[in-house]
Design a protein around this ligand. Sequence first.
Ligand code: TTP
Ligand code: MG
Length: 365
Amino acid sequence: MTTARKIIHVDMDAFFAAVEQRDFPEYRNNPVIVGGSPFSRGVVATCSYEARPYGIHSAMLTSRAYRLCPQAIFVKPRFDAYREASQIIRRIFYEYTDLVEPLSLDEAYLDVTASERNDGSATLIAKAVKARIKQETQLTASAGISYNKFLAKIASDINKPDGLYLITPEQGAEFVEQLPIQKFPGIGNVTAQKMQALGIATGKDLKQLSLETLQNRFGKSGLKYYNRARGIDDRPVINTRQSKSVGVETTFQEDIVSTQAVCQHLQQLFDKALAKVNEKQLTAHTVTVKIKYHDFVQITRSRTLPHKINATTRIDELLAALLKNTEVGQRNIRLLGITLSSLSLINEQFALSQFEQSDLFENIE
Ligand code: TTP
Ligand code: MG
């Protein structure tokens, strides 16, 4: 049996509104609504916890929020301030693990299974992350800890704001049973309504349905719901931080010497490096060849191409150019390497958070 993973989901509390209350002390302890003007067709981005008892929530028309709580302070979003806080919290996450998957400006999954910080205790790491966030941004975050993303996300919502909640592997299945279907992350309003119409109100109800039934009713998502009802979620935490370079190299048991052998090996290393770059959804513009001669003298040669490097790149021509002013063919070589750099994401949108892409703010004056 493989050991359980340790996943933390961190989510800032009333993020935009909390930044406003931090930067404008007169807003503190007051209902604050961030979004468009109440006299426009704008929507609420978020509101402070003081505004929540009035029934105000994200994506509601600000005019409606105004009717519910006319005394609230309405402010326009200041994205630069939110982005700055977001950068700080991301930097803190990376102090604890390389496996960080941001979901939006204020939210991320951390896989701390391999982390040795805080005695390897995910709960202690979550506490430390929260404390560091507080210290560096004066903002509070809530953290959920569990053995998969699904449960960690549910857990972070349990004791909000400034919450911390752990769902252990032993508790997972039972926890899901009592969970109302509309609280399942990944089950949107439409599906929740569809499920309720089928008499599914909780995880326990969902668990009664066979995989076949779920697949018939919900198609591709059927298997997902089947697993979630059992507290199962195998999705990995994907590290979306951009690497600066991707390199592969090989040391030969016996030195090689002919130009042909060198080119053959470099071609193979190039293919491997390119596969890695593609795997990370990146593109590269620079190729670097590393050569270590028999006497350990090492040289590198680089070329940056105006277009992105891919499988159609004429690597033979490129290698010929790179090896021109070297002693390849004359001296014995013990190591060869290829590094691809000048990386960028294939689809820059991929890096943007959900709401940055959305047009929720279109109507804000
Ligand atoms: P959330 O984490 O969903 O909300 P929140 O941080 O304001 O409050 P909570 O304590 O419940 O987590 O979203 C983070 C930020 O993203 C939020 O402050 C504003 C923005 N946002 C929108 O602009 N539109 C939306 O519809 C949502 C849900 C969020
Ligand atoms: Mg939040």
